[in-house]
Design a protein around this ligand. Structure first.
Ligand code: ZN
Length: 431
């Protein structure tokens, strides 16, 4: 696999996926291009052996799978999980704020965003808009302004001399971005601005009245290779669109004989409890419809899930934040994530299977366990393991600046994880 081609494809995927809705749209497009058939949860399904399908929920979560040529009750599922959402700023339902001749937008923080990096960026707006057409019929459309339409200017250091020592961010008062200069009397309601933007579509969209929306701010700066030798990647939403991209590519390229599943859930960054989140019934419902609820337990007992979500690489300026023996390096391979308190679902068997597979391909891997005096993050791994009873491994590409508006990884590690996951999906047995 050519690193440059893989990473360019990754850049296109992330660049075209400013929100979970867009990411799922991108994944669906790629799956259909290689013959995956779309399923509708409202319809009855008659799935055939040796075929490939995908289904979405709320347009923000996606499950893609291949039925394989054998009986999944006998051989189980090879599963990969990731999440489509990233921490960001979301526009409030009644967002219009007028101050000193500026038209600003009220925003809500989604997930555990690092807020300081959102200042002084050329931000755009994207997401899903629900509207009534001229016949009064309800419709949805994805919207992406693409150009920088908002920004959150910093306060000058001259007006806040302690900024470098103690600047904190009040999400209610400090974050509303500037949309335009406009007196309140002249300002168009935000929903009318959305309707006008949608009306510019070619072919024309019949937008009667915008009724509601879920919109995020995002950075218009494109993903890039950085470093003197271009050995790093800097981009928004690497956590966790990188793992969605790797899982998608691994499934598309995998040997087609095994029953294999890719699940990409929304709402991981806010706890996963939703109709389309990993604590919801989306995956179990798809598996039941595939092989029947009665046979699911047998199939699950022969299955394994790899939950792919980025890991913390050891930062040279903050190396003491890692355990001395568990400081994953960028470009030194994917990271097996271990936490005996089950914040990660890895156990010695799932880790051993991964190490064995990775070694057989002569590829590197590393291990992370958090410092014993610090708390630990989590992933959809323990939630899926707990819901389905499936043995699970938590793994991810090491990164810096997790939950910043611009994150950083090594240029090699995504390709390595892709190769191992592709081989995993073709395994005849997982124990
Ligand atoms: Zn994540």
């Amino acid at each position: 696999m050519d690193y440059a081609a893989f990473n360019q494809e990754l850049f296109d995927f992330i660049g075209n996926s400013p929100t979970p809705y867009h990411a799922v749209g991108q994944m669906a497009e790629r799956l259909e291009a290689v013959g995956f058939e779309p399923l509708d949860e409202r319809a009855s399904w008659s799935l055939e052996a040796g075929k490939r399908y995908y289904v979405t929920r709320n347009d923000s979560s996606l499950i893609a799978f291949q039925t394989g040529t054998g009986n999944p009750v006998e051989s189980g599922f090879r599963m990969i999980g990731a999440h489509t959402d990233s921490p960001c700023l979301r526009i409030k339902p009644n967002p219009e704020i007028y101050k000193k001749g500026f038209y600003q937008l009220g925003v809500e923080v989604y997930g555990g965003a690092l807020l300081n990096p959102w200042f002084d960026r050329d931000l755009s707006i994207a997401g899903r808009v629900s509207f009534a057409d001229s016949q009064g019929k309800l419709q949805d459309a994805l919207i992406d302004f693409k150009r920088p339409v908002v920004t959150i200017p910093s306060l000058a250091i001259h007006l806040d001399r302690e900024a470098n020592n103690s600047r904190t961010v009040n999400a209610q008062t400090d974050l509303p971005p500037v949309l335009m200069q406009s007196a309140e009397a002249d300002a168009v309601p935000f929903k009318a601005l959305l309707a006008a933007e949608l009306a510019k579509r070619q072919p024309a969209l019949d937008v009667g009245q915008v009724l509601d929306y879920e919109l995020s701010l995002y950075d218009t700066q494109k993903p890039a290779l950085v470093g003197l030798e271009e050995e790093f990647i800097a981009s928004a939403r690497l956590d966790n669109l990188l793992s969605c991209f790797i899982g998608l590519k691994a499934l598309i390229d995998a040997d087609s004989s095994q029953a294999a599943v890719l699940v990409c859930n929304d709402h991981e960054e806010v706890g996963s409890m939703s109709a389309e989140g990993a604590q919801g019934p989306f995956l179990s419902s798809v598996l039941d419809r595939w092989i029947g609820a009665g046979d699911r337990s047998r199939a699950i007992a022969q299955s394994m899930m790899i939950s792919a979500d980025n890991a913390h690489g050891v930062h040279p300026n903050f190396a003491d934040r890692h355990d001395g023996n568990h400081g994953p390096l960028l470009n030194a391979g994917p990271v097996i994530k271990v936490n005996n308190n089950q914040r990660y679902a890895t156990n010695s068997r799932t880790a051993a299977l991964y190490r064995h597979l990775s070694e057989s391909l002569s590829l590197p891997c590393q291990t992370f366990v958090v410092r014993s005096d610090m708390g630990c993050g989590s992933t959809i791994g323990p939630l899926t393991a707990g819901n389905l009873g499936v043995r699970t491994l938590d793994i991810g590409v090491p990164q810096f600046a997790m939950h910043s508006i611009r994150e950083m990884i090594g240029f090699r590690d995504g390709v390595v994880l892709y190769k191992v996951l592709k081989a995993f999906l073709g395994l005849e047995a997982v124990g």
